[in-house]
Write a new protein. Sequence first.
Length: 447
Amino acid sequence: MDSGRKLALGMLIGSAAGGHPAAWLHPEGKAGGSTDIDYFQALAQEAERGLFDLFFVADTPAARTDNLHAWSRFPMFMNVLEPVTLLTALAGATRRIGLGGTVSTSFSEPYNVARLFASLDHISGGRAAWNVVTSANDYAARNFGHSQLPPHALRYEKAGEFVDVVSKLWDSWDDDAFVHDRQTGLFFEPSRQHPVKHEGKFFKVDGALNIARSPQGHPVIIQAGASDTGLELAARTAEIVFASASNPKDAKRGYDDLKGRMAKYGRTPDQLKILAGLPVVIGSTQQEAEDKYQALQEMIHPDVGRFRLGTDLEADLSDLPLDEPIPPERLPKNANQHKAFFDGIMKIIREENPTLRQLYLRYERGRKTIKGTPEQIVDVMEEWFTSGSTDGFMMQFSTLPGGVKDFVDQVVPELQRRGLFRTEYTGSTLRDHLDLPRPANPHTVAR
């Protein structure tokens, strides 16, 4: 296949050691890598060697402060670099790959975020992307003077206003405002500044950003919200959306739904790229890949296994024996939080009645890991892409750095052989890579 349409690839970093909950225990894993800039630079350079569009860093502004017996063995976000600081350091170690990071609208100010990402865009030569999140845990809320997160709808209403203010700030100056004219002694043209005068429900801003309009005009906006409210915000403002459907049919339905919402906001479907989450384990045979994955599963500590299951079952399993099934009376009748995860666990219990240990070794939260040869993994990617279920993939590797190296050495050449992926970068900005338009400054258009 070579229709001219190429899929997009991002690399997700949630944990420096890899996406699997036991990755840091694996002999390959770098347990202390989360604050090692040389290690992160090597990861980003490896993804750039594979011609990835985007290197993306997930984040939450909080450490966990309870259930530490489990979190101490599953150290998610317990020791991590602040993402914009990290990405700025990576900008100097890379040349083409996009650099995206998470900053919450619930615990930040629009001016600071606008300035941070405009600065990153300048420093990287037009490769910055901001992942807009509202945060989803009370650990973060308590760090900012709240006992718990505000209601979901209110968080998204605030996020919508936040993005609008940031966008206005990014347009504080025309692209040609800073003239540096030594003849006239004019550093900038005063008429080309456009102060923001905004007073809304959540924010009041009266001023201009103190940095020139960035190479991309606006850094690329990312979102991952799956609720109806989140999808509406994405349809109005996002340019990349991370999707989590577990099969092409559901993914296609979600893809069409989200892109179908864009017209009412004056946007066209090609102004948004939807990337499906894809965790993979690569082997020379499918059995080898399965064995590699099972070896990781067996490293999951029982405290972590119980905790991860209990979180999605909304039940305390900490006192239960590992080698007996969960007593029926300990299982809730329904879910109040993540219904899809709850229903998936309950289906396994109903059909197989496994022991607690068998259940947590079997359970995967969300997308199922694809385990196979490079050709088998590309078969899956090709099916999703050619069926119109996705514009590309947000890759998750169970262990690092080996996972990304195997993908670049073995899977990328197969994608290229089938005409599904680029053989070289043809532009210099993230918008170039993704074929996203550069936003016009409305003030310049009016002028």
